[in-house]
Design a protein around this ligand. Sequence first.
Ligand code: SF4
Ligand code: SF4
Length: 133
Amino acid sequence: MSNECLSCGACCAFFRVSFYWAEADDAGGLVPVGLTEPVTPFLRCMRGTNQRQCRCAALEGDVGQRVSCSIYHQRPSPCREFERSGEHGITEEACNRARAHYGLPPLYGTDLLSLTIHSAATDKPFRLQLPPD
Ligand code: SF4
Ligand code: SF4
């Protein structure tokens, strides 16, 4: 995990983390099956991520403070593929959306950066305005 991610963890407590069932270790994959739950006959998700109060069972620590993934080297494909905003010089809306849910400022992007500075200047909790679904 990057330094930004180690003090965030928002995406691990915001999205349903679902993947092909055979990624679990009872089917030859890596993900400990006890940390997963079924979604459909072909899909599993990380336990705790398919509910309103979403939080992956493998997430340790406090979101926005200090976090770690207890199965980092066995994590499923969506976690391996999820990209932090700014990681490749690109603003990642999904990362920033998860962060905004926890009142964390967005990462990367000129417009977002100016909003972050404004937030720091006013010393008010920052929330990104999300477009309607
Ligand atoms: S929301 Fe973004 S910054 Fe936070 S842990 Fe996920 S990828 Fe990292
Ligand atoms: S498996 Fe690890 S990286 Fe994936 S959502 Fe859970 S805590 Fe986050």
